[in-house]
Design a protein around this ligand. Structure first.
Ligand code: ATP
Ligand code: MG
Length: 306
């Protein structure tokens, strides 16, 4: 059966048209035959292919949909984020990767007109439960953005701010220790230990991003969400952050959005491929890149679109 295109920009061709009797239109179509004919984009599958569920998940998502006003941006997403694994979220621009990531710590609540439905659980607890404190949730599920966004404060205070407001530290000594530990885990301490009072914004882009990671770590999260954390960084800074992500996996669960196939392959154990708000396919990263099941996934990873 021929699959139908959902994309109005890529209508499914009518097979009958090819068999039509010659006509002026048909002739001009024949004369264009030497040009490559754009292939129709296949439809997303009814149900996600692969393995959306894992044992011992840190976060489970069931039937998660997101609407911006009347526009639906995500369709019934089922996806587990396994403990101590890095899950890469990939797909063409606008497919809903950031929207999905923001579901996991209720950052979509901060967007006017955005509505999330479905069931999302962190360690078996409904994150939309009225008993759950959303500030606490965002400490447990931290976020690192595409553009490094240190506070206009010292390096030290960037890291100390969260633990102070969450009451995780009481004394100067405790704060010093937590700041050093967080900066060390973020692979930054050695580079900044002599200038902790300097502004966070005085650091290089890559250092700023590692400072933001230290800031997320300092409030002792379980999960770290990263939305294209390296896209504003040069290759050396990117390599450092990628190495860091690999180290962090021992202690944290990570979901990372990336446009780089190489990055997804280097840092993640599972990869989830989104297309037009649907989760098409998910599985072990090696399988998704070497042996994807769905044509949409094949097209994306071979660079046919995106
Ligand atoms: N604040 C918003 N208001 C209205 N629509 C939005 C908003 N944010 C995202 N959308 C829409 O939701 C869909 C998914 O967007 P999203 O930003 O999640 O995609 P993405 O996969 O992260 O894309 P990119 O790779 O470009 O960052 C798009 O159609 C987008 O236009
Ligand atoms: Mg995005």
């Amino acid at each position: 059966m021929q699959s139908m295109s959902l994309d109005p920009a890529h209508p499914t061709p009518d097979p009958a048209a090819d068999a039509a009797t010659p006509s002026p239109q048909r002739e001009s179509a024949l004369s264009r035959q030497s040009q490559p004919v754009p292939r129709a984009i296949p439809a997303a599958p009814e149900r996600t292919l692969g393995e959306p569920r894992v044992r011992n998940a840190a976060i489970t998502n069931r039937n998660v949909s997101v609407y911006y006003g009347a526009k639906r941006a995500l369709f019934d997403i089922d996806l587990d984020i396994g403990r101590h694994e890095v899950v890469a979220l990939i797909g063409p621009s606008g497919c809903g990767k950031s929207t999905f990531l923001r579901c996991l710590n209720r950052m979509n609540d901060t967007i006017d007109g955005c509505r999330v439905t479905g069931d999302i659980q962190l360690d078996g607890q409904d994150i939309h439960s009225p008993e759950l404190d959303v500030v606490q949730l965002r400490a447990r599920v931290g976020m690192v953005f595409q553009k490094p966004n240190p506070f206009p404060k010292s390096i030290y205070d960037n890291v100390a701010y969260g633990p102070r407001i969450h009451g995780l530290v009481r004394t100067k000594l405790e704060t010093d220790e937590l700041v050093e530990r967080s900066l060390t885990r973020a692979g930054l301490f050695e580079e900044v230990k002599d200038r902790l009072k300097a502004s966070g914004t005085s650091l290089s882009g890559g250092q700023q991003q590692r400072l933001c990671i230290a800031r997320a770590i300092a409030v002792q999260p379980e999960v770290i969400l990263m939305d294209e954390p390296c896209s504003a960084l040069d290759p050396i800074a990117t390599a450092k952050v990628e190495q860091l992500i690999d180290d962090l996996r021992k202690n944290y669960t990570i979901a990372i959005v990336t446009h780089s196939m190489q990055q997804a392959a280097r840092v993640s154990q599972r990869t989830a491929y989104f297309h037009l708000g649907r989760l098409v396919e998910v599985g072990p990263t090696g399988k998704i890149f070497r042996n994807p099941e769905h044509q949409l996934t094949v097209d994306y990873i071979t660079g046919r679109f995106g």
